[in-house]
Design a protein. Structure first.
Length: 476
């Protein structure tokens, strides 16, 4: 039988081994150990301020907890097989090291507010690491955007040739999405930076009243206003799983374009050997497996979000043990996004783009048709009519087996007299790109403006992502 746990005194029997196996969480929640130790240090400070423990006990507990943190970092502190969770394991170790004082640390707190606090601390820390990795990819996309600001490529909608854009503009489309992801992480942190400590099991603490001080020590900006909500709230987990899932979807778009661009059919780019894999049967193969795995992992991220939302649905009355199921999905999503970000960065940084082929195909597939419609509109013909005239031009070119630029002026004038020599200056890839000068357009001036705006935002994002939180206690 499993040994009695923190709550064993009221029971006449030990927990059955089968129930213990189901209940035990140290296999996945041990990663919270450093945060649980830091939280306990803050709690010890509160106990001392409330005069619950003496100066001597306070000193002994702080010394022991500091050493436990050092031992943990060295890999010398591990849970035992009979430990139910990270909290009970660390309390057991503390009591073993400080028998006369260790038993005081449970005063005025519960595993319910403890785990809510640990998880917030851990995720706030990890989100900054995710953001730092995201910034590396964002900076690369910006660099590629500037480098290829004038290089034309075919633009697509519905995976069909649409209008010419620049390769730099395409890279910056992904940069914009990634910048929003970074803003979302920072915005999430604002709501996650709320300490649940002082909530106890559900009704608050009758021993520790230093809620604001403890929140400050643990780098929280605020503290929970309702103890029932404090122990049961997992909005911050669900919201983070959504943000990670959305970033994963953004990465999957980059991955899909890498996969398409590096196929023989497209032939727009070449995959570096270090970021591709081969076939065990076909010696010629070089597969974009990093991109494919990134694309595939996104299903896992979405699944984790769905799993947690299903768990949270209709939970009653404060804390329920169902909430143990919040950790594995979010831990997995954090690990997964941190695996995929460096792969996307490394793959893109090493790719070789066939700029000559991209330029030669940018104007094919009748992708300059919109230039004819715009040309006519600017000369007093309503766009509906201009659209129909342009459609006739496309139909004629298609029947002749040529591109629009290969139609003669005679052919064009037969369709509409306004299609004169002036059209030729805009009916080019360069003319099309230079003409797209709206703020979000693909012209060189618009791309440079995008880069300036991204550069402004990235300064704030870097400053936040590089913060070292929990310094007050970890350096103590």
């Amino acid at each position: 039988m499993a040994k009695p746990q923190l709550w064993g005194a009221r029971f006449t029997k030990s927990m059955s081994n089968d129930l213990f196996k189901l209940s035990r969480s140290t296999g996945f929640d041990w990663r919270l150990a450093p945060y649980d130790i830091l939280q306990t240090m803050a709690h010890v400070e509160a106990l001392f301020q409330e005069q619950v423990i003496s100066q001597a006990q306070y000193t002994k507990l702080n010394t022991a907890l500091s050493q436990m943190l050092k031992d943990l970092k060295k890999g010398k502190l591990l849970p035992a097989s009979e430990d139910e969770d990270v909290h009970s394991a660390l309390e057991r170790i503390l009591i073993e090291r400080v028998p006369a004082a260790g038993g005081w640390v449970r005063s005025g707190r519960s595993r319910n507010d403890q785990i809510a606090c640990d998880l917030r601390m851990y995720l706030r820390d990890q989100v900054r690491e995710i953001s730092r990795q995201s910034l590396l990819l964002l900076e690369l996309l910006m660099k590629l955007g500037a480098q290829h600001a004038t290089d034309p490529v075919p633009g697509y909608t519905h995976t069909q040739r649409a209008q010419p854009v620049t390769l730099g503009h395409q890279f910056l489309s992904h940069a914009q999405a990634l910048s929003r992801d970074l803003d979302r992480y920072q915005d999430w942190d604002h709501r996650a930076s709320v300490s649940p400590l002082g909530a106890g099991a559900l009704a608050g603490s009758g021993i520790v009243k230093q809620t604001r001080m403890v929140a400050s020590l643990l780098a929280f900006d605020d503290y929970s206003r309702n103890s029932l909500d404090a122990v049961s709230d997992r909005d911050f987990v669900a919201e983070l799983l959504f943000v990670i899932s959305l970033q994963g979807i953004h990465l999957s778009k980059i991955a899909e374009e890498i996969i398409l661009f590096t196929t023989k059919e497209f032939g727009f780019a070449k995959l570096d050997d270090a970021w591709g894999t081969g076939s065990s049967m076909m010696p010629q193969k070089k597969n974009a497996d990093g991109a494919e795995l990134t694309r595939g992992k996104v299903g896992r991220l979405i699944g984790n979000l769905t799993a947690l939302l299903t768990t949270l649905k209709a939970l009653p009355f404060a804390y329920n043990r169902d909430l143990q199921e919040d950790k594995e999905p979010v831990f997995d999503s954090v690990d997964t996004i941190l695996l995929t970000l460096p792969v996307m960065t490394g793959t893109l940084a090493s790719m070789e783009f066939n700029l000559e082929k991209l330029a030669s195909e940018a104007g094919t597939g009748f992708s300059l048709a919109t230039e004819i419609a715009d040309f006519l509109t600017l000369r007093g013909i309503d766009f509906k009519t201009a659209h129909e005239i342009t459609g006739q031009c496309v139909k004629l070119a298609e029947s002749k087996g040529v591109e629009l630029v290969e139609l003669s002026l005679s052919d064009l004038k037969k369709i509409n007299k306004n299609l004169n020599e002036d059209l030729l200056s805009v009916l080019t890839v360069k003319g099309s790109i230079n003409n797209r000068t709206s703020a979000s357009g693909t012209s060189v001036s618009s791309v440079k403006a995008q880069l300036r705006d991204l550069a402004k935002n990235i300064k704030k994002q870097k400053s936040w992502a590089n913060e070292t939180i929990f310094r007050k206690l970890s350096d103590a």
